[in-house]
Design a protein around this ligand. Structure first.
Ligand SMILES: Cc1ncc(COP(=O)(O)O)c(C=O)c1O
Length: 381
């Protein structure tokens, strides 16, 4: 049975061209970028070329990009590193939202145990943060506003221009978690007044276990890892050259692909799903990540739909992969005001450039069948 992968918000298939680009760096080009000999210098060269590709993609300077092991690490570093750099100046207040990825929410929770004050902003029923709320929450103690750019569950793209302007005016640092939005929507660190940006590779057909953090020049941040002083003393640990090469290749390939292809697939898919009776789209159709669909199939368990889809070889998700081990219902759907019943009857389907129109037609056919069957036997009326 052919598998149809509709869980690209969790991770993506690594592009074959990315694998090809990485392979030599596991075999003949295995040098350590800190070594002075030829092999080391070869690694150093490709490390800096890759850094430059990633920097240019968000209009940053090369030396403003630090490689990390993941989006999770970049977010931890941004939040904790800035807290430790600011706490002695009487600045201990962070503003974030209720719809962040767990790695931000749990870092904030931990920081609260270290003396941080954190404001978790509400979002509206479509998942948008009101920039005025950000402005009104800033106090003289605020050092950071940290906002998820494109939401991993419902795809909402926040108005980072407006929030960036406010942060700049108020002299507060602005960090975005762009793991889901990177290469899908424009990021320009100067035009959008961004001070820190979290990126990773595995959401864009790159390898897992590699991330980056843009840190605007001259921002004071305390490193979390101490060692040989790699990455400008900000993140010690031998650089993962194969993964970094793969990351840069994925960014290059993302530039070449036609984003409208995925948008058209998404819109066709949404339209087809909404033709199934008693379904609603979670979030707004506009200002939405090009690959995200999150739908509520009233009266049937999302888990049951997912199970049936899986039996047909179709991979979907009932929420964020990172929290799907827990039985707690989605904090994001809760934050947009969904009831437990609505949350438990929702599923996320996320696309990539590798999906086809035929796949969508097939999945729609299967979904109609599954929903009809499950509604017939559902105890929830
Ligand atoms: C919005 C967002 N932030 C952070 C992460 C964590 O990234 P990583 O899987 O590279 O640790 C993810 C991945 O699920 C994500 O979707």
């Amino acid at each position: 049975m052919k598998s149809i992968y509709l869980d690209n918000a969790a991770t993506t298939q690594v592009d074959k061209k990315v694998v090809e680009a990485m392979l030599p760096y596991f075999s003949e080009k295995y040098g350590n970028a800190s070594s002075h000999h030829l092999k080391g210098q070869e690694a150093k060269r490709v490390l800096e070329e890759s850094r430059s590709i990633i920097a240019r993609s968000i209009s940053a300077k090369d030396d403003e990009i630090i490689f990390t092991s993941s989006g999770t690490e970049s977010n931890n570093f941004a939040l904790k590193g800035l807290f430790f750099a600011n706490k002695d100046n009487g600045k201990n207040h962070i503003i974030t939202t209720k719809i962040e990825h767990d790695c931000v929410l749990n870092s904030c929770k931990w920081l609260e145990s270290q003396g941080a004050k954190v404001s978790y902003l509400d979002v509206d029923e479509k998942g948008f943060v009101n920039p005025t709320d950000v402005e009104n929450t800033i106090t003289p103690e605020t050092f950071l506003v940290s906002i998820i750019h494109g939401n991993n569950e419902i795809g909402t793209i926040q108005d980072i221009e407006a929030i960036g302007r406010i942060c700049k005016e108020k002299g507060v640092l602005f960090h975005i978690d762009a793991c889901q939005s990177y290469t899908k929507t424009k990021i320009h660190v100067n035009k959008q007044n961004l001070d820190l940006v979290t990126l990773n590779a595995h959401k864009i057909h790159g390898p897992k276990g590699i991330g980056a953090l843009f840190i605007r020049k001259d921002i004071k941040i305390i490193p979390l890892f101490h060692g040989g002083g790699h990455e400008k003393n900000l993140r010690s640990g031998t650089e993962n050259i194969p993964a970094i090469v793969g990351f840069a290749k994925a960014v290059k390939l993302a530039k070449e692909r036609d984003i409208n292809y995925v948008i058209n697939l998404r819109d066709k898919f949404i339209q087809g799903i909404l033709e199934i009776p008693n379904t609603n789209l979670n979030g707004l159709k506009e200002k939405r990540l090009c690959n995200n669909i999150n739908v509520c199939f009233n009266n049937i368990e999302g888990e049951a739909i997912g199970g049936y889809l899986d039996a047909y070889g179709i991979c979907s998700s009932t929420g964020s992969a990172c929290s799907s081990n827990s039985l707690e219902s989605s904090h994001v759907l809760k934050a947009i005001g969904k009831t437990d019943l609505q949350i438990n009857t929702s599923i996320r389907l996320s696309l990539s450039k590798f999906n086809t129109e035929e796949e969508i037609d097939y999945v729609l056919k299967i979904l109609n069948k599954i929903v009809e069957k499950l509604r017939r036997i559902s105890p929830i009326k």
